[in-house]
Design a protein around this ligand. Structure first.
Ligand SMILES: *[C@@H]1O[C@H](CO)[C@@H](O)[C@H](O)[C@H]1NC(C)=O
Ligand SMILES: *[C@@H]1O[C@H](CO)[C@@H](O)[C@H](O)[C@H]1NC(C)=O
Ligand SMILES: *[C@@H]1O[C@H](CO)[C@@H](O)[C@H](O)[C@H]1NC(C)=O
Ligand SMILES: *[C@@H]1O[C@H](CO)[C@@H](O)[C@H](O)[C@H]1NC(C)=O
Ligand SMILES: *[C@@H]1O[C@H](CO)[C@@H](O)[C@H](O)[C@H]1NC(C)=O
Ligand SMILES: *[C@@H]1O[C@H](CO)[C@@H](O)[C@H](O)[C@H]1NC(C)=O
Ligand SMILES: *[C@@H]1O[C@H](CO)[C@@H](O)[C@H](O)[C@H]1NC(C)=O
Ligand SMILES: *[C@@H]1O[C@H](CO)[C@@H](O)[C@H](O)[C@H]1NC(C)=O
Length: 430
């Protein structure tokens, strides 16, 4: 009898232990690895929101495609394949997710990297994880070597040149170094299994200047991209103390688009209807065109006051609308306008700067199976000065201008204004 009781008790205890363990373990497993967004206020820099945050449904404030014919070759809308994941935002309102981290030691002057503390703000944090301990763990995790940026950072000469002639920065045109790094992360939760890779079979035919096509392992054309996902880019601080003070960076990438036809037509929009609004779908595309050395520019306005109010989201349904500074991890997944990023931001795609010999538009034909036809690469002409005035203009990979200051050049190419462009903002234009 007593033996039975003992057995029962032991079994019950075991069951309880197993249940408790499994609950704890699954809870741990489910905890999101995404770091929430958190202000970091250092003595030498404007406050910066570290961690993961979002820009949701930004307004397209500039869309210029007149530099190319037909104009459908340039678009400010997401590729057709990505539009569903971006809904309910419009195709030309691409959601973005970004992460900012702090690497102590990457700026030598330690009197600029002390935390400023205000008791009142720390008390307001209701989360179990206090802001202080959160910051400490976040910093510890990333203390040490500065991360390696991908793609590489443009040269300081290039940054000075574009900072002066295109971006209208105050001296120093290339801004100041900061201890902050920014990465862009895929905003959709669907992760594509198809890995894009470069074809290992360069053709000798037309000219070796046209890069090999970007293809998947099965030979089909790689997905089209509107926006790049650069990682660990060093943020710089521009125009310190002015109303136009901003953190920012830019990098170059291969912007690509699927098209059905680039034959000139008589229609007013200069292209076939299937190619408007983000290009053709992959299934009906006959071409994949690439804008090599397209510039991706990010400007985070830190001193705009009331001049750049953030866009209004849908009317809040309850009083529990999360504040952008909340320390919960929803900041990483908040895709209601304007997203969780607390500062006004301007995101620009344009055709200024870059490497002369690599900068071009080229297209490859695709067969009906979506496979790229290797020998079909061809150039497309581009008017980089469309609607503006260039500084040190180039005319494609065949031109030969002086670039380096050591040779008496200005430091970069295609500065100034003009050319195809897209610009998005999470703030209200007036
Ligand atoms: C370090 O930063 C402080 C505060 O910005 C400044 O006063 C000081 O001159 C800087 N020191 C050096 C060596 O740059
Ligand atoms: C960064 O490092 C300096 C020097 O080690 C230290 O004094 C400072 O408190 C650190 N800043 C932060 C925010 O941890
Ligand atoms: C840091 O700066 C932000 C933005 O100005 C502010 O909202 C926050 O209260 C500051 N936090 C601390 C601890 O000073
Ligand atoms: C800035 O650009 C102008 C031309 O737009 C040029 O005359 C001037 O020398 C440049 N300044 C520097 C410091 O490069
Ligand atoms: C171009 O390449 C194709 C196939 O690779 C070949 O048949 C053709 O002869 C080449 N043309 C020239 C001009 O080399
Ligand atoms: C374009 O217009 C010209 C004259 O207006 C006409 O001759 C030509 O057939 C038209 N082409 C197309 C593709 O409609
Ligand atoms: C983060 O999100 C997960 C899943 O939504 C939730 O279980 C967890 O409590 C959240 N953590 C914080 C700190 O809010
Ligand atoms: C470009 O110009 C420089 C100097 O004018 C010359 O040395 C070089 O050979 C030229 N390169 C090409 C590809 O024409």
């Amino acid at each position: 009898m007593c033996c039975w009781c003992c057995c029962c008790i032991i079994i019950l205890a075991l069951v309880a232990l197993i249940v408790a363990l499994s609950v704890t373990l699954t809870r741990k497993h489910k905890a999101s690895p995404i770091e929430p967004s958190q202000w970091l206020n250092l003595t030498g820099y404007p406050p910066i929101p570290t961690g993961v945050s979002t820009i949701a449904q930004p307004e397209a404030i500039v869309e210029i495609s007149g530099c190319v014919s037909p104009a459908t070759i340039w678009s400010c809308a997401l590729p057709k394949e990505e539009q569903a994941a971006n809904a309910p935002s419009q195709p030309d309102q691409p959601n973005m997710r970004l992460e900012i981290s702090f690497v102590n030691g990457s700026v030598v002057n330690s009197s600029m990297t002390q935390t400023t503390r205000r008791r009142r703000d720390l008390d307001r944090v209701s989360n179990a994880v206090s802001a202080g301990s959160f910051i400490r763990s976040h910093l510890l995790r990333i203390r040490g070597q500065p991360p390696t940026p991908s793609p590489g950072v443009p040269s300081l000469d290039d940054q000075k040149f574009l900072g002066n002639t295109t971006d209208g920065n105050s001296p120093p045109f290339e801004g100041e170094q900061t201890p902050f790094y920014i990465s862009f992360i895929d905003p959709t939760k669907v992760i594509s299994a198809r890995l894009a890779k470069r074809s290992g079979n360069p053709f000798q035919n037309i000219t070796s200047l046209i890069p090999p096509p970007s293809v998947n392992s099965d030979g089909t054309a790689a997905a089209a991209t509107l926006l790049p996902l650069p990682s660990s880019q060093p943020l710089r601080l521009y125009n310190r103390g002015l109303p136009t003070e901003h953190y920012g960076f830019y990098s170059y990438f291969d912007r690509s688009i699927f098209l059905k036809s680039i034959q000139p037509t008589n229609s007013s929009f200069g292209g076939v209807p299937a190619d408007t609004n983000g290009g053709s779908s992959f299934d009906s595309a006959t071409l994949r065109c690439t804008w090599a050395q397209t510039r991706f520019l990010v400007q985070i306005w830190t001193n705009a006051g009331k001049s750049k109010p953030l866009l209004q989201g849908p009317t809040p349904t309850s009083s529990s609308a999360p504040s952008p500074t909340a320390t919960d991890n929803s900041s990483a997944n908040d895709f209601t306008r304007p997203g969780s990023f607390p500062y006004p931001v301007t995101i620009t795609l344009d055709r200024h700067g870059g490497t002369e010999k690599e900068k071009m538009i080229y297209c490859y034909n695709m067969d009906t199976d979506g496979k790229v036809i290797d020998s079909s690469g061809a150039f497309v002409l581009e008017d980089r000065s469309f609607g503006g005035v260039l500084v040190n203009p180039t005319e494609g990979p065949f031109s030969n201008v002086t670039v380096s200051p050591a040779d008496g050049g200005p430091g970069g190419i295609d500065g100034g204004t003009g050319g195809c462009e897209c610009q998005w903002a999470n703030w209200l234009q007036n």
